[in-house]
Design a protein around this ligand. Sequence first.
Ligand code: UDP
Ligand code: MG
Length: 336
Amino acid sequence: MRKKISVVVPCYNEQAALPLFFERMKEVTDKIDADFEYILVDDGSRDDTWGMITYWVNQLDNVRAISFSRNFGKDAAVLAGLRESDGDYVCTMDADLQDPPSLLPEMFRTLEQEDYDVAAARRVNRKGEPPVRSALSDTFYRLMGKASVDMPKGARDFRLMKAKVVDAILQMGEYNRFTKGIFGWVGFKTKWLEYENAARSTGKTKYSMKKLFGYALDGIFGFTAMPVRALYMAALFLGAAAFGMLITMLVQICAPSIPFNDLFLILFCVFFTGCVVLCGLAVAVNYLYRILSEVRCRPPYLIARRLNSVPRMPEPEPEPELPPEEDLPPEKPRLF
Ligand code: UDP
Ligand code: MG
């Protein structure tokens, strides 16, 4: 049966990029044996992106669109688009053609013919980007590499997923959404396709350094226990320093030839107090981290496939029994 592919496109001030986007997509989708639908999400644009979207909704019969009341960010736009999608496969891609549509045929072939649930894109270089931005991004991916989620260097949000993967992503109801982390967290068998960085078709990036820094923090706090571990490490470091001061003082006491230096006593008190305070803080933060894990309500597991296995359904709740009509209390007269 011919498959349907929903393409989710977050748009923030992409008025100029949309005509180029549809032009390029037409060339590519004509080569793929599947039906396409586009779900455009206008993320509170300040230009006339919505006017342009309306134009395309009227031009093509496979375009649907929603518009946010204000700018909520790309991750919210992707979530809204995924919620609207109903294709057998769902693709998330940017409007600015930095996610090369030419990868789509290979992504489609991968899901059709190979044993993968996701075909995702990863850029192998960041040509054309300021070096500071690239260096910071490399550091971020190195840090995230330590997290338990699959997020290789250069991972993009550009991917084609089977519907079951989208269902899994939609089970993640968290507010602070770090889409790349969520994609990695849900797992499923993913094939990474590599490509060279492409320049934006038009306009400039919506991510300032400040916004990127906040985004990186979302990733670190949302998908790693790094901040908690850093506190424990700092407590350990101060504890070791206090122990060093203690040994030094003992040596001074045991060897009368060495004069006792009060500085070591002061340093011992400082390091020891610091260590005790940090230990207490680390314990408290650990509790907070656990509470956060609970309130996020992430599913404890996700099922990828079943063999001869049917999920146990909960018993339906019995209908509440109504008392016979004559036992009902008489209706009170309305006073006003
Ligand atoms: N975007 C969005 N909301 C925002 C910022 C960006 O929907 O607040 C969209 C934007 O229109 C584009 C995609 O997210 O389709 C990626 O944005 P951008 O190209 O600025 O990011 P970069 O490629 O530089 O990471
Ligand atoms: Mg871009």
